[in-house]
Write a protein that binds this ligand. Structure first.
Ligand SMILES: [Zn+2]
Length: 287
């Protein structure tokens, strides 16, 4: 880590918690790879298996591609840190995530983002429009929650959870996107398609709303039927391989400079394959 040698949590937590940590760290890396991070802001969280209702969230101050399985911080539903960690958390992120984890037994993973396209659509009066296949598949699974300012007020939790209901996806008006999953894969595929649909809508509306075709009602109904279950049985091996492919090419600071620079160029290539510029010097990783 940036502040010293990394300490592995692998031998200090249960096997189930370690698996959850690795999957959650992979989600942070995937979001960073797609350029959907917001510097150190927004959060992805996971419930730790077991009856305690503890969950894991990012250490505040780290870029998403710096976050590791071991650096994730374990907290209870009151936001108190459980166990030893040199890190701390962002209270605003805790408000949203603890509300969803507490209210929904199926909310094992929660992803919340502030992407340009996600906020762009969340700010549009009509919300997600049925103008793309992705949107037609998702539109009935998307909830909406009105903007109330930075999520520091615990009173907002009840309203947010009521608005979310039993849906897996949410557009937070003027704020961002949110996906809930029983597995990392479910949350990932949900946020992936929601972000895609938002990007497609922003692109389509660039010619003006009156020029954009709304999908015919029958096609919308058909797509809804065809899409049933698509978010509940998503592909995870591909995204997981993508992360591990990159991880396998990440080295420690003890690596000789020339080899490390060569590795960093490969890492840059991986990021560019996903369509955005690479940051340099990924540093130590321990996933
Ligand atoms: Zn937010």
């Amino acid at each position: 880590m940036a502040d010293g040698a990394p300490v592995s949590m692998k031998s200090r937590v249960s096997e189930a918690e370690w698996r959850t940590r690795v999957e959650l760290a992979a989600l942070y890396r995937l979001v960073a790879l797609h350029g959907w991070d917001d510097m150190i802001f927004t959060h992805i969280s996971a419930r730790v298996p077991g009856p305690e209702h503890h969950f894991l969230i990012n250490p505040y101050g780290f870029y998403f591609d710096e976050i590791t399985a071991s650096s994730l911080v374990k907290v209870d539903l009151d936001g108190d840190i459980v166990g030893e960690t040199p890190y701390f958390i962002n209270p605003a992120g805790f408000t949203i995530h603890s509300a969803v984890h507490a209210a929904r037994e199926d909310a094992k993973f929660v992803i919340h983002l502030h992407t340009v396209n996600g906020v762009g659509v969340a700010a549009q009066q009509g919300g997600l429009l049925p103008i793309s296949q992705n949107a037609c598949l998702l539109q009935h699974q998307v909830a909406y929650h009105g903007y109330e300012g930075l999520a520091l007020n615990h009173d907002e939790r009840e309203r947010l959870v009521a608005d979310l209901g039993d849906k897996p996806l949410m557009l937070l008006r003027n704020h961002g996107t949110l996906a809930v999953g029983e597995t990392a894969a479910q949350a990932w595929i949900g946020i992936f398609f929601l972000e895609r649909a938002c990007a497609q809508q922003v692109a389509a509306l660039s010619v003006g709303r009156e020029q954009v075709l709304i999908a015919p009602d029958e096609a919308q109904a058909e797509t809804k039927e065809q899409g049933r279950g698509s978010v509940s049985s998503p592909p995870w091996p591909g995204p997981a391989r993508c992360v591990s492919w990159i991880e396998s090419r990440l080295a420690t600071t003890s690596e000789p400079g020339r080899r490390r620079r060569r590795r960093d160029r490969r890492f840059a290539g991986a990021r560019q394959r996903l369509g955005h510029a690479a940051r340099t010097g990924p540093g130590d990783r321990q996933i």
